[in-house]
Design a binder for this molecule. Structure first.
Ligand code: ADP
Ligand code: MG
Ligand code: MG
Length: 490
């Protein structure tokens, strides 16, 4: 397999002396401008370390970047319609719900509120569609261009806890500083403006206004320990900057279970405060529901009059099983009536296959057993670190032959992005980092507000870029092996 390369934004390597000096300054810039996280190794609420970052912005083709931002409002509309189609969600998730305990519990909450009638018809979607440039057109050849890339493909859509609305823009600020210091100020114009934080927080405030109680607060549902604290707090600070009347409170699901109540009109209140908007930064993985209490808290929130980001049906619309079902021929047409939109979305899907215990599922499993390096095996999980790659795809699939368990997984063609050289700066790393091979994943943020029949707002609001070693399977920044980055458009 040939390696397809993108050229870095400036000539590399840097001389050691220059490199050591700029790395030292860039770390301090990052730390002093909020590009931080709490340490998992030496955790303390009283200290921060800089989040891992790439020293210079990574080259990304402008045309593909523009296409990705333009299609976001179509993806928002698609997810909104999918989320409001009870029949579709039920049938897509039917086999998954039978074997996957976590999805099954989410689905039970969905059914309960669906049967009771939803108290709050308005939903807020803060969505992030993640994409990678594709450098190896295979069976799914999307174009005939020869070069370091030919198009981009969607990795997944996140509808819950879509983070990095702050750390995305913060990365560009590090890069503008580094380019300036290295004497490349003229290149700053190629680092695009990123209004993710303003846009996402603007969405929360618009939902808060729709709720209509000037005394009500915005509730952030948080993990027991928040490592990604800068990203979350900057959302809170931005909400307060845009409207200082609005109070933000932070609670875990356990605290909500202990203290929240529903009023006679299903108003959600906590410690005497009415809640207008619930923004989940937790609640997307099984460990975040350690007991039935946390599940009861989630159900209470879903039953309430508060506007949820996301509501349970939006959460389910973001599952990998739904993504795979949407890629099945003829399905997009159910939701998008404009054929041009259908074609545009089809183009960004790479091969996605069901692993149900039927003929199609068997065929997909056999295909991946033959060529495991060409596929990724995915369960219905979020937050990184759950997928299976390479030889293990074969092992896991073989271990699940004829087992119902297989239906909880989907199979996806592996995207091979172009590689570029760069420096990854990590806390505790060397003073003079090595030049390494890197690959990137771009996330585009969307905001959508609406109910089953009407879309009130639909916008693309910004982006984030994450970069990892080209040899790594996954690259979550919070999960460990990835680093903050921003695109340098060429
Ligand atoms: P999660 O919801 O856990 O973030 P993802 O589907 O985004 O799940 O997968 C996690 C990571 O795995 C991605 O960020 C990406 O680095 C890698 N990955 C996922 N799907 C593919 C794919 N089809 N090709 C290449 N890498 C992938
Ligand atoms: Mg995800
Ligand atoms: Mg992901």
């Amino acid at each position: 397999m040939t390696t397809n390369r993108l050229e870095p934004c400036i000539k590399l390597p840097l001389e050691n002396e220059i490199l050591e000096d700029i790395v030292d300054k860039a770390k301090d810039w990052a730390l002093m401008h909020g590009a931080g996280m709490r340490s998992k190794v030496n955790f303390s609420k009283d200290s921060l370390q800089f989040a891992p970052f790439i020293l210079l912005p990574s080259t990304f083709p402008r045309e593909e970047f523009n296409k990705a931002t333009e299609i976001q409002i179509i993806l928002n509309e698609l997810i909104h319609k999918v989320a409001h189609d009870y029949g579709f969600l039920s049938s897509s998730l039917k086999s998954t719900v039978e074997v996957d305990e976590f999805t099954s519990r989410l689905f039970k909450i969905y059914e309960t509120v669906h049967n009771e009638g939803t108290a709050q018809p308005v939903c807020l979607g803060l969505i992030r569609s993640d994409i990678m440039l594709e450098s190896q057109c295979t069976e799914n050849a999307c174009c005939t261009v020869t070069g370091p890339y030919c198009c981009w493909k969607q990795v997944e859509v996140n509808t819950i806890a879509s983070g990095f609305g702050w750390l995305g823009p913060a990365s560009a600020s590090i890069h503008r500083y580094v380019l300036q210091e290295l004497g490349h100020g003229d290149k700053i114009k190629n680092v695009p403006v990123n209004t993710a934080l303003e846009g996402l927080c603007g969405g929360m405030l618009e939902a808060w206004k729709i709720y209509g109680d000037p005394n009500a607060v915005i509730l952030f549902v948080i993990e027991n320990i928040t490592y990604n604290i800068c990203d979350q707090r900057f959302h809170e600070f931005e909400i307060r900057r845009q409207n200082r009347m609005v109070v933000v409170i932070r609670r875990t699901l356990t605290q909500i279970a202990d203290t929240a109540k529903l009023g006679k009109n299903k108003e959600l209140s906590i410690d005497g405060l009415s809640v207008a908007v619930v923004y989940f930064r937790s609640g997307y993985e099984p460990a975040q529901y350690p007991s039935s209490k946390e599940w009861a808290a989630r159900l209470m929130i879903e039953r309430s009059l508060a506007i949820k980001c996301p509501s349970i049906h939006y959460h389910l619309a973001g599952t990998k099983k739904v993504q795979q079902t949407l890629a099945t021929p003829g399905v997009l047409e159910k939701f998008l009536t404009d054929p041009a939109k259908v074609d545009a979305v089809k183009e960004i899907f790479t091969g996605l296959y069901s692993l149900d215990l039927d003929e199609d599922g068997n065929r997909a499993a056999e295909m991946a057993i033959m060529k495991p390096e060409c596929y990724v095996l995915k369960p219905q999980r979020e937050g990184g670190g759950n997928n299976v790659y390479g030889e293990k795809v074969r092992e896991v699939l073989q271990s699940m032959t004829d087992s119902q368990e297989r239906t909880a997984w989907i199979l996806m063609e592996r995207i091979i992005p172009p590689v570029q050289k760069g420096y990854m700066i990590r806390p505790g790393g060397p003073e003079v980092p090595q030049l390494v091979d890197l690959v990137s994943e771009l996330g585009i943020f969307g905001v959508i507000i609406g109910n089953a029949s009407t879309v009130i707002a639909n916008r693309q609001v910004g982006h984030m870029l994450r970069t990892k070693l080209s040899s790594a399977d996954e690259g979550g920044v919070a999960a460990g092996s990835g680093a903050l980055d921003s695109p340098y458009l060429i």
